[in-house]
Every structure is written in C-alpha cells, then in structure tokens.
Ligand binder design. Sequence first.
Ligand code: NDP
Length: 246
Amino acid sequence: MENLKSKVIIITGASSGIGEATAKLLAQQGAKVVLAARREDRLQTIVNDIKQDGGEAVYIPTNVASSEDMQKLAQFALQQYGRIDVLVNNAGIMPVSHLNELKIQEWDQMIDVNIKGVLYGIAAVLPTMREQKSGHILNVSSVVGYQVSPTAAVYSATKFAVRAISEGLRQEESPSSNIRSTIISPGLTDTELTDTISSPEIKAMASQMKSMAISPFSIARAIAYAINEPEDTGVNEIIIRPTIQP
Ligand code: NDP
C-alpha cells in the first residue's frame, strides 16, 4: 500500500462505525489520520489504539454542522502535517420517521449534518487542494441515495444530495485541479447509526435488520481501495452491501 504512506487524511464521524474502521485501516496502511467527531472521549481512545499499533493519528472535537468547526479542522490538519491529501466526509445521522409524524427538528438535523456537513467539509479543504493541484474527497452516501423507501424520505433526500454534490465536484474540479471525487454508498452496516432513531417501532425494525449487516471494515476497505488507486485513476462511485441484502 505504498500509495498511502505519506498521505494526510481527514475523516469525519471517526468516533464510531465506518469512520472508526476507516481511520484504523488507513493508519495501519501508513496514512497520517486526522479524526473528527463530537465525542472527544471516543476519539481519544481510538487515537490511543492507533498509536499503540504503531500508527500516526490526531483528533479534534468537531461538529460538522458548523462551518467554523470545519474550517478549524482543516487548519488543525495543516498545522499538524502541512498538507491535506484526502477528506472522507463520513459523518451522518439517520433519525428516520414517517413524514406525517412531522419531526421537523430531525429533518433539520439530517440536512445540517448529512448535507451541510459535506459542503462545509468541501469548503474547508478545497482551497488547499487546489493550491496543491491534488487532493481527494470521498463522500459517504448510501444505497438509499438511489432508492427511497417509507420512513426514509428525508434521509434518502440527504443521500441523493450527497451524490449530486460529489458528481458536481468531480465535473468541476477533476479535469482542472486534479482533485478526485468518490461516492461511497454502503448498504446495511453494523454500526451505531440506528441509535438516532427516535420512534421505538422504527428503531426495533431497524435493529432486526442488523442481523444482515456487514462489518464497517468492509466499507473501510472500499474507501482504502479508492484512495490507493494511482493519482490518474478516479474511482467515482462504489456501492457495497451485504450479499444477502435485497
Ligand atoms: P455511526 O452512528 O456509528 O457513526 C456516525 C458518526 O458520525 C459518528 O462518529 C458520529 O460521531 C458522527 N457524527 C454525527 N453527527 C455529527 C456531527 N454533528 N458532527 C460530527 N460528527 C458527527 O454510523 P455509521 O458509521 O454507520 O455512519 C457513517 C456514515 O455511513 C453516515 O454518513 C451514514 O449515513 C452512512 N451509512 C451507514 C449505513 C449503515 O448501515 N450503517 C448505510 C449507508 C450509509 P459523534 O456522535 O461523536 O459526533
């Protein structure tokens, strides 16, 4: 994995699930990883684990729904390591519900974290990557970024948006600035994502489906693959789901 050796990689939502697995895997492969999320205790423990395994990692508490926090995150990565090669926009929440429940606050939260968080991440790193004339932004969408189902209208909408933003970024920045853009779309993955569901019935249904879920390391390997491809090769989109998921 020679390609990863010198890379500085920011990962949002790195305090659990896919982000944690990605940080650990990329650090194992020799990257310098910058972990961001809100739960500082979790980030501290993961950074300690990575260092104990001989990896290089730092963290900064970050709310991706704050443009200011995302700017601070990028500045922190630059101060620590002098460049930003990759941003993995992974943080996300999934408080799904039926539209007629009118959980407007949860709709707002999903839009703030899942869409604005991705945009603020792009805004925070794009000037540096343009200056470097190289960079790679991976945005985590979902299989529901292709198909809507009941209770998931708003969550799906945010993941459709992530795909649109990623493709727009690719069209604008890849040919002119050599910045790669990748959409990562997981299916059911065994993480804490269903914890944010406030309706007990929907949460119970989602938990039942967990028996089908794959390891977050399956998604982390897909992320590592896209990053590890040579600079002249843009991996634009990967869908990874459990073999048995319909
Ligand atoms: P987890 O709940 O385990 O991880 C979500 C991460 O996002 C946590 O680290 C959490 O950290 C972080 N996060 C949430 N809100 C914020 C915020 N405002 N600011 C900063 N970080 C935040 O779930 P997953 O690992 O599954 O989720 C990762 C991504 O994968 C999400 O975008 C999700 O939509 C997507 N995905 C997941 C699937 C699955 O089946 N698990 C399927 C398809 C897509 P903290 O609370 O510490 O801030």
